[in-house]
Design a protein around this ligand. Sequence first.
Ligand code: ATP
Ligand code: MG
Length: 333
Amino acid sequence: DLDPLPPMTPEFLSVLNKVCEQCYTDFAPDELEVSVREHILRDLESFVRRQFPGARLQLFGSSKNGFGFRQSDLDICMDGNCIIIIESLARQLKKHPGLKNILPITTAKVPIVKFYHIRTGLEGDISLYNTLALHNTRLLASYAAIDRRVKILCYVMKVFAKMCDIGDASRGSLSSYAYTLMVLFFLQQRSPPVIPVLQEIYDAKKKPQVLVDGWNVYFFHDLKTLPSCWPQYAKNTETVGELWLGLLRFYTEDFDFREHVVCIRQHSRLTTFNKQWTSKYIVIEDPFDLNHNLGAGLSRKMTNFIMKAFINGRTVFGTPIKVFPPLYPSQME
Ligand code: ATP
Ligand code: MG
């Protein structure tokens, strides 16, 4: 049971909004870093082609989805008309003078080779035939392009997850991708909604089918025409600060994790019972691979830890205070 929040003040909301905007301006990469990433990609592609002539490398994840941080990892997908064996890819990468810490991981659902790019200090991994990831990256990028508040909130969420130590899937919590889906779901369910359900917009009678690995990856991406295709376009006028507090309250006060699924592919509520996923408390459905629950790997303990972070966040961001601590030590002068 949650303590009721004291009344919000316009002054506090305005500071909250500034803090959110600041997250974005402080952490978003500049144009230079974007082009550095493309450059590394092209260099790696020509290098691996010595061994695998038909290979193609593509960036996905936060290098491309609009929610990248200055030091985000490089997510690279490798495919092409050639047979790629993860161990021989790793052997080839070990010969590259600009890389170190080459580590093939063959036991994961999607096999990858990890590496460290010496000159930039960026970490990266190359996954093989990770086609769905390319599509969900495009989906996320489309949502990011609809409204700048989407972008800012996803940054705020990622900063929050990192600060609370709940955002590292390799250490048993949830991936950035999972938190991004939670933000998008909230923005779709907000009243009026900030973003539509792109997978539910189409002019034909029936949803178009674009099959990849057996899943339908169709979504509406002609964003120029969205204002005429989606009646609620631009109806929501809340500030980022209001939405951030709204999100924390939504996941702590309204959303029933026991019963409902975080699901961005349809507007109507999907239940854990529908999915036969009742044994888990945080259930996040992948928008394309409908058999994939991003919360499947969470332990009971980690689930509680994540929920506590949201509950504390609700109190901290929902309780107006008069005197603010300095954001950075330099501001104390
Ligand atoms: P960060 O800036 O923290 O690296 P990111 O947006 O790149 O954030 P990641 O968690 O690194 O997010 O994920 C990169 C991509 O990998 C996602 O866009 C998604 O396609 C895929 N991915 C990550 N985690 C999962 C997962 N648990 N299941 C399926 N796909 C995932
Ligand atoms: Mg990443």
